[in-house]
Design a protein around this ligand. Sequence first.
Ligand SMILES: Cc1cc2nc3c(=O)[nH]c(=O)nc-3n(C[C@H](O)[C@H](O)[C@H](O)COP(=O)(O)O)c2cc1C
Length: 366
Amino acid sequence: MYRFLRPLLFRLGPERAHAVTLRAAEMLQGAAHSFVESRYKFEDERLKQRLWGHTFPNPVGLAAGADKNARAVPFWEALGFGFVEVGSVSARPAEGNPRPRAFRLPEDQALINRLGLNNDGAEAVADRLSQNRSAYSRPLGINLAKTHDPDIMGDAALEDFRTSFQALVSEADYVTLNVSCPNTPDGGTFEDPEALDRLLRMVAEEQKVPGLAVPVLVKLSPPTSDQVLFDTRLEEILAVAEARDVDGFIATNTTSDRQGLGTPPDRLGEIGEGGLSGPPLEARSTRLVRYLYQATAGDIPIIGVGGIRDADSAYAKIRAGASLVQLYTALVYEGPALVRRIKQGLVQRLSEDGYASVGGAVGADV
Ligand SMILES: Cc1cc2nc3c(=O)[nH]c(=O)nc-3n(C[C@H](O)[C@H](O)[C@H](O)COP(=O)(O)O)c2cc1C
């Protein structure tokens, strides 16, 4: 069906198409929920894992950015995602950057966006989630970012994170600290090792309150190229994360880099700045997954994200060390049946390679 829908959606600008899709998702998750669920259903015991005290029915999740304001969590579950990450949410509501700010690159099956952390704010998203809690059952991640406002810096930035953490923690099965947004001048503030240390100490403090302990993951930027991975900064970040007992990593966010694209340079010039997602990001995000898995001896679970568009790209991330994977851009190009196709393909690959379950394949290439 997406064969017919896609050309219609692609006639709209990417942000408009996304708004229409989200609106449809909201409508479908009510009356048509069981229809959607039965249409896209595929379950297999071999895809199940337990992580951070939660059961993930399959390792394929929806990445942050697709449902920033948690409007359609039951719909994403009905499509077959094993978990959903909403956000980024910030303490205060934010409009983001001026439009246009999202662009398709069909030649590369990629997207560029500079939305700039537009969202309804922590309180509104917390209200929406608490009202809908009974309508979904799979693990829910909430991705937090600093409010898009360059005046919020230093201690104020830390307090901004504290506010959103306090507002949302009770709704989350895990919390992601998005310290790697390339779309605001200050979005990467906390990827600085010292600042990250302060942020993680603040989060640890908050978790001492009974009932507010939650797994905390850090979402990182991709390496700056496919070939070169490491700067000493990454090692410092890792040392801080390990010292502060981070529960997991998400690798990776989008990239500002434009190497190796099929999209003509003049088109890239017209588009301007923004985070690139989709297949051009795949190799470098997998590379970071592998590095993190090696560096932590597989002790800290990793969510691999970047360019996943079929079972092979998902399986490559898993074999590089990802316990779970996420996707967003491929959903735009491939449509909703993609999730089921990836799960079916993963089961086939696990059985060809002789793994009893997906957990056995995690890090197999490392
Ligand atoms: C339009 C768009 C908006 C995004 N917004 C966020 C966001 O708010 N927070 C975040 O952590 N990542 C955000 N991302 C990044 C994705 O979560 C993901 O890390 C990245 O797109 C790579 O995955 P993909 O190649 O499957 O899209 C966004 C991505 C896109 C395409």
